[in-house]
Design a protein around this ligand. Structure first.
Ligand code: AMP
Ligand code: GLY
Length: 441
């Protein structure tokens, strides 16, 4: 048998170009992570005419139908590096912040491996609230006023003398649990004691911020130093139940096509927030080379930053990437190597996605429930927390699935998505019925 080249799959066309031998030599990509965000990244990579093989570490049941799952933890930098070398991976794409904070990009680059994601030092824009606040202050990026404290008594005295609610943020990665909006002194005292006396998240500081009001939204951009390529705006739904009630979750649904943002708002946020932050990081000697996620709020005083993240959002990625018409491999590779990109092209219309979560989430929940009806669903289904046992897909996490539809407008996408969600049967899942409710009020 002669040399066999991996051929691009049937739906990949090499538009108007004579096919060269190199075109047939597809790229191998390793995606790090195993949630809905990574499923959406893998799914977008399958649409690239350049990619012929995708690994995902650790992946999940849904990802396993589009990529090879690899049982390596997302923070096992040495294990992932050895895998990338052994398997001639052309490009690695990092999903979770934990991998970035563990220094995966630094380690891969030192070994001469191409990787999409920020260095450990640049990840401070997400991992340290104080770093991010100082950066915004220094470069005039609009955000809530703040002060930071290490001493419990000083923090308490400051909070007591100010109006409530008080916004208290633990300075470090705290798995989404580091922010407390205290409604009164009692709640503030408990949270500060947790963070500064009991060190529940580790030894650290607390940032006390002014309380802002207004709708929140997410502005994700691909960033390579000073170059900032915007993605469509999206909105997450953080509370567990309809009407934005119940506890905070990782996100119960998202959509693109925000009804409350004008083109002027978007332009302001792009120039005065995302581009300024990218330039500020270059000026600080910490250039970004991955996704910068602005968690923004449209307040009565204008658009302000609530937080920056150094990665794709989840569930935002699942509604944003389906609209990408450009080759995502080209974008990832361009950012990873510092090559200027053509502006990415996004499909018109909107997308809307509903998360199905285990009953009890974000508190205690059971796993291992059979999920039926998936083969009936006529929409994109991203797996967030699933596993397969004897051919049966089972629940394996808090957030389990996300169903995403596109449409000409939000009413259209909403109707389509909920019709598909209802085809999924499982004894232990719940979902919100009001995703994109701001568009219908
Ligand atoms: P974060 O982890 O920084 O995104 O904060 C979690 C949530 O707390 C945000 O999505 C907001 O809903 C809320 N929050 C954070 N900072 C503020 C603030 N300064 N004012 C009002 N709400 C805030
Ligand atoms: N959707 C919130 C986040 O990814 O942080």
């Amino acid at each position: 048998m002669g040399l066999v080249y991996p051929l691009p799959s049937e739906n990949k066309t090499v538009q108007g170009k004579e096919i060269q031998l190199e075109d047939l030599l597809g790229k191998t990509v390793l995606v790090i992570g195993g949630g809905g965000r990574e499923h959406a990244i893998v799914d977008a990579l399958t649409r690239s005419p350049q990619v012929s093989k995708i690994y995902c570490a650790p992946g999940n049941a849904g990802i396993g139908s589009q990529a090879f799952n690899v049982a390596i933890k997302d923070t096992d930098v040495e294990g992932l590096k050895a895998f990338a070398i052994e398997n001639s991976v052309d490009l690695t794409v990092v999903g979770p912040e934990a991998s970035l904070a563990a220094g995966i990009v630094d380690a891969f680059r030192a070994a001469g491996l191409k990787i999409f994601g920020h260095t450990q030092a640049a990840t401070a824009i997400e991992s340290s609230k104080e770093f991010a606040k100082k950066l915004m202050d220094k470069y005039g990026i609009p955000t809530a006023g703040y002060r930071s404290f290490t001493d419990y008594e000083e923090a308490l005295a400051y909070v007591s003398a100010r109006p409530f609610p008080a916004v208290l943020k633990y300075d470090g990665l705290a798995a989404g649990k580091g922010v407390v909006i205290a409604q009164d002194l009692e709640e503030a005292r408990a949270a500060l004691s947790d963070m500064l006396l009991d060190h529940s998240f580790g030894q650290g500081k607390v940032v006390v911020e002014d309380f802002l009001t207004g709708p929140e939204f997410s502005f994700l951009c691909f960033v390579d130093g000073e170059r900032v390529y915007p993605m469509p705006l999206s909105q997450d739904h953080k509370r567990a139940f309809d009407g934005d009630k119940g506890p905070n979750t990782g996100g119960m649904g998202a959509y693109t096509g925000l009804p409350f943002i004008t083109p002027e708002d978007e332009d302001f946020a792009y120039r005065e927030i995302l581009c300024k932050a990218a330039s500020a990081m270059v000026a600080e000697g910490l250039p970004l080379s991955g996704v910068l996620y602005g968690g923004l709020m449209k307040t009565p005083q204008g658009i302000k930053v609530i937080e920056f993240n150094a990665r794709f959002g989840d569930p935002e990625t699942e509604v944003v990437l389906p609209r990408l018409e450009s080759d995502i491999y080209d974008i990832f590779e361009g950012v990873a190597t510092g090559r200027k990109l053509e502006s990415p092209v996004w499909a018109d219309g909107v997308t809307l996605g509903v998360v199905l979560a285990s009953k009890g989430y974000p508190g205690h929940y059971e796993k291992g429930f059979a999920i039926g009806g998936l083969d009936q669903v006529d929409a994109q289904v991203y797996h967030m927390g699933t596993t397969v046992k004897e051919g049966q897909v089972l629940t394996a996490g808090g957030r389990v699935l996300m169903v995403v539809s596109s449409g000409k407008d939000l009413a259209d996408a909403r109707e389509k998505v909920y019709a598909e969600v209802r085809k999924i049967s499982c004894d232990n899942l719940f979902y919100r019925n009001d995703i994109a409710h701001l568009a219908f009020e």
